[in-house]
Design a protein around this ligand. Structure first.
Ligand code: GDP
Ligand code: MG
Length: 632
């Protein structure tokens, strides 16, 4: 069942390529659910050495070497067992994927970040790890959670994936920021907290297990010891006459899995360039010939450890597959839904951009029309203007005052001038009517304004309701501005029209109305009496009443016609050509200007891109799992 480890390796690589290493909580993550083996332990406990002996190669960066060692020794003496290393060498997670190849095949390594390049010289691998670490963390020696992915193809390995993390430390070393202690602990925790993580807890045998950083952490996150593998290093460095049997037999600290003891190369071996394969042989010999451990020899050593972990990893992966599959399916659903909500990315060519802009305009226009046509609320307020506000305003006009006896007399006399009227005060009538009609300008204009504000409000609402536009704040603002501008033009036109209607009423009076009035003067009678009557109150009251009923007739007509003019000039225009000007203007734009209009909120752009990549990852992972499941 080699394929399941390969499966996780492929998903793990895809995760790194597509930016999922579990540190962005706003996106669904696969990284967290991937079964892994994580190597934890204090500085210099032998983590890197264990990894290297499982690989059978040395390729991991080491502390800065000779010049720093003396200082290191000093530090050792001063700070006792607190600081084990002079310099934190591992500053990014190293995801180490081991692939067993056929005997006789040449060994090589590949980094994910260098593509297909094959590294056959493992000292170059070490240098590349160092350089790649610095590339991300800079020379400041910060740490970073962005993993380095290294694959090793070799006949001397078992299929296995391990993660090497910065060593737990208690104090920062000079030149490294204080915060690094916390940061490392958080990073290590983020790995070992995951229930699918197998913890490889490295403890040096020349240290008390009770004070082991690795065991302390493992106890916290895996109290039952189900997923912790205890590894005891430096068995060769124990004081003469002591042994580690209490630990190896599980008496010092009990774990579900048996402890494994290893002997790695000493610093002197490393300095002398002792070959890893030779070191493996020496380790085997150590256990076989040790009076204390020979009875345990079959379950000791790096090679045994590697096989044990490989088996365990396979078992964990198999158990995880159904859960991962459902997680992947759910993530795909969630991501697709979010992407749908975010909309398509903006096109780059002008034609497509123009098309997008017009589509967005139309979407807005559609919603605006729905408001007018009753599909959405608000259009009825226009009818409210015609049905209520206009009639009330017309009724409130001060016509009674204008047609009071006193005013009628005054206006008529002024119109008569030096020669009082003989039969009917033609000029007086005209002036009284003109004066009265003048009052109608107010309600006519007010109707136009009221409808204008209603339309404006509907534009504002519709802009807000055009969800597609939210992505494009600039275009949104431009469309709103264009619509308001158009409404202003419609208002001007509408005002001119209604005022003209009022003026038209004053400019030519309906003759028939007056012809049908009962004639005031009968033929015959005393001319003097007639003249006297012409200046009595009854005469003026009749004039007032005639003017009043004429004005009422006009008022009734305007009450009917002002709405027609307003609808014609404002509502109908808004429905038909609200954005016509804007279309013409946009049509003149090109390249840069169109891009400016579609300057989507960068936050959204980034989010879409992230969701897209994560979706790609989930789909790739689903295919991987599918292919493994079908191959079984
Ligand atoms: P890390 O900081 O946990 O990665 O520790 P390293 O693997 O770099 O080891 C630190 C030092 O301990 C190195 O000088 C190793 O040679 C030495 N060392 C590690 N394991 C053993 C061991 O089993 N026996 C001996 N003698 N030295 C060891
Ligand atoms: Mg190390």
């Amino acid at each position: 069942m080699e394929s399941v480890i390969g499966l996780v390796n492929r998903i793990q690589k895809a995760c790194t390529v597509l930016g999922d290493y579990g540190d962005d909580r706003s996106l669904p993550t696969l990284w967290d659910s991937l079964p892994t083996i994580v190597v934890v332990g204090g500085q210099s406990s032998g983590k890197s050495s264990v990894l290297e002996s499982m690989v059978g190669r040395d390729f991991l960066p080491r502390g800065s070497g000779e010049e720093i060692r003396p200082f290191c020794a000093l530090f050792f003496a001063a700070a006792a067992a607190i600081v084990f290393d002079c310099w934190i060498v591992t500053r990014r997670p190293l995801v180490l994927q081991l692939y067993k190849t056929d005997q006789g095949q040449e060994e090589y390594a590949q980094f994910l970040h260098t593509g297909n390049k094959r590294y056959k010289d493992f000292s170059v691998v070490r240098r590349e790890i160092e350089e790649e670490t610095d590339r991300v963390t800079g020379k400041t020696k910060q740490i970073s959670s962005l993993p380095i992915n290294l694959s090793i193809y070799s006949p001397n390995v078992v299929n296995l994936t391990l993660i090497d993390l910065p060593g737990l430390t208690k104090v920062a070393v000079e030149g490294q920021p204080e915060s690094i202690v916390r940061e490392i602990e958080n990073m290590v925790r983020s790995y070992v907290d995951k229930p699918n993580c197998i913890i490889l807890a490295i403890t040096p045998a020349n240290q008390d297990v009770a004070t082991s950083d690795a065991i302390k952490l493992a106890r916290e996150v895996d109290p039952t010891g189900e997923r912790t593998f205890g590894v005891l290093t430096k068995l060769d460095l124990m004081d003469r006459g002591t042994n580690a049997l209490d630990v190896l037999d599980g008496r010092s600290y009990r774990l579900q899995h048996p402890w494994v003891g290893v002997v790695n190369r000493s610093q002197a071996d490393i300095n002398r360039n002792v070959d890893m394969i030779a070191a493996r042989g020496r380790e085997r010999e150590f256990f076989a010939t040790s009076p204390d451990y020979s009875h345990l020899a079959s379950r000791m050593g790096s090679e045994y450890l590697a096989k044990l972990l490989s088996k365990q990893l396979e078992a964990v992966i198999k158990a995880c597959i159904p859960g991962m599959m459902s997680l992947i399916n759910k993530s795909i659903d969630d991501l697709e839904e979010e992407l749908n909500h975010l909309g398509k990315p903006v096109a780059v060519d002008s034609g497509a951009q123009l098309y997008t802009i017009l589509e967005l305009c139309r979407a807005f226009d559609r919603i605006f029309k729905e408001h007018l046509d009753g599909g959405r609320p608000g259009g009825d307020r226009i009818y409210g203007v015609f049905d209520y506000q206009l009639p009330v305003a017309l009724k409130k006009l001060p016509l009674d005052r204008h047609l009071s006896l006193q005013n009628v007399k005054k206006v008529v006399s002024e119109a008569d001038g030096y020669q009082p009227h003989l039969i009917a005060p033609e000029q007086g009538y005209r002036r009284l009517i003109e004066g009265a009609l003048n009052y109608f300008r107010g309600p006519a204009e007010a109707s136009v304004d009221a409808v204008h504000f209603t339309l404006k409000e509907l534009v504002r609402k519709s802009i807000g309701e055009t969800k597609e536009l939210k992505r494009f704040p600039t275009l949104q603002a431009d469309i709103a501005a264009a619509a308001y501008e158009a409404l202003e033009r419609f208002r001007d036109d509408s005002k001119k029209t209604v005022l003209r209607m009022v003026d038209m009423e004053s400019s030519y009076l309906t003759v028939d109305f007056f012809r049908k009035l009962p004639q005031e003067v009968e033929a015959g009678g005393n001319p003097a009496a007639r003249t006297a009557d012409r200046y009595t109150e009854g005469h003026f009251r009749r004039i007032a009443s005639n003017v009043s009923s004429y004005v009422s007739m006009v008022s009734e007509m305007l009450r009917n016609n002002i709405p027609k003019a307003v609808v014609y000039c404002q509502v109908r225009e808004a429905k038909q050509s609200l954005l016509d000007h804007f279309y013409v203007e946009v049509g003149k734009n090109e390249g840069e200007q169109l891009t400016r209009l579609l300057d989507e909120d960068p936050v959204l752009m980034k989010r879409r891109e992230q969701c897209g990549r994560r979706l790609e990852l989930c789909k790739a992972a689903r295919n991987e799992i599918d292919s493994v499941l079908w191959a079984r």
